[in-house]
Design a protein around this ligand. Structure first.
Ligand code: HEC
Ligand code: HEC
Length: 278
């Protein structure tokens, strides 16, 4: 056989083989978890000790930007919303010990876990929303929104540090990954004033979004948008509580930590089909 034909034959065999595997894995595709379409969330507006009143997102965000300088990201989000509610409602907000939220800086005491701005936002949900189901919906909504969108976008009237950061998409709710993505994209050091300004403005972005969410929730017009990550649904179909593997929990973006391995892509489906439910 001429060399060129031999190459063609080999190439053809590889292509046919690959197509065969692809068809096979397609045939064995397990059913994906149901897509979560935008959903209206009915507000539970029973009076509590911690009532809400409509706030201005921009004013509260500007406040958070300033408060970042007192106690960092988590404190910035939480204290600004409490201060605005204190101005409009008074007690019990006026005596809330907001200083406690300083622990959340740098992903909890600098450990790089959950982004403090998200910890602050979801602590507010914890304070205002007693219904677990609703609280969890709002919580995963803001976490998914954070993973998928470019930040920071907030423009301060009087900047603490006069620098307009480029945006980056974190694809993760972790302080570590979020800050690293930005540093990698922009080339600034993690301990630079520029990176701190990025987090200062991100704190304002998260505050504005938290207030917008609360405004629409308590106005009974809140609709979910973000908590439907296709990849997460796909992974969880096999690995989640309803999947045969049942070895994984969560809604975080899976591929920010796990690569889709080639072996996994090619044989995961077939392997899955063959295995018994654990
Ligand atoms: C079709 C079902 C299926 C889907 C979809 C799927 N997996 Fe898997 N996964 C498997 C099987 C089967 C194994 C091997 C389990 C074993 O041997 O116990 C596995 C193993 C793993 C492991 C363990 C380490 C390894 O590679 O063996 C990780 C981590 C993993 N999957 C992550 C993911 C992520 C992330 C996604 C989504 C991008 C995903 N999986 C989607 C079936 C699936
Ligand atoms: C922040 C990083 C991170 C994210 C995000 C993440 N994982 Fe993991 N995952 C880990 C670590 C760390 C382990 C433990 C690895 C080990 O011990 O080998 C793990 C283990 C696993 C395993 C193996 C469990 C077993 O019993 O072998 C599976 C399956 C898995 N993850 C699936 C997922 C899925 C699905 C998602 C998305 C919903 C996800 N992971 C998101 C870090 C992450």
């Amino acid at each position: 056989m001429k060399r060129r034909n031999a190459i063609k034959l080999v190439a053809g065999t590889i292509a046919a083989g690959a197509a065969g595997v692809t068809i096979l894995t397609q045939a064995f595709k397990p059913e994906k978890g149901p897509a979560i379409s935008p959903k209206k969330v009915e507000a539970n507006t029973a009076e509590t000790e911690w009532n809400y009143t409509i706030l201005d997102p921009a004013t509260t965000a500007a406040h958070a930007y300033e408060n970042f300088n007192i106690g960092s990201c988590m404190y910035g989000v939480f204290s600004s919303i409490i201060a605005q509610l204190g101005e409009k409602i008074g007690a019990p907000y006026t005596s809330f010990p907001v200083h406690m939220m300083k622990y959340g800086h740098g992903g909890i005491g600098g450990t790089g876990t959950i982004c403090g701005s998200l910890n602050g936002a979801t602590a507010i949900f914890g304070l205002l929303i007693d219904d677990k189901k609703i609280r969890d919906i709002l919580t995963s909504e803001i976490l998914c929104w954070y993973e998928m969108n470019p930040f920071p976008t907030f423009k301060p009237v009087e900047p603490t540090f006069d620098f307009t950061p480029n945006t980056s998409i974190s694809e993760s709710v972790l302080c570590h990954a979020s800050a690293a993505k930005w540093v990698k994209k922009t080339g600034y050091r993690i301990d630079s004033k520029e990176r701190v300004e990025r987090c200062r403005r991100l704190t304002a972005d998260v505050t504005a979004h938290t207030v917008e969410m609360l405004n629409s929730y308590f106005d009974n017009t809140f609709v979910t948008h973000y908590q439907n990550n296709e990849t997460v649904n796909e992974c969880m179909a096999c690995h989640g509580g309803h999947g045969k593997l049942g070895n994984s929990t969560g809604k975080m973006n899976c591929t920010s930590c796990h690569d889709k391995t080639v072996g996994h892509s090619l044989f995961g489906d077939v392997h899955y089909q063959m295995m018994d439910k654990k």
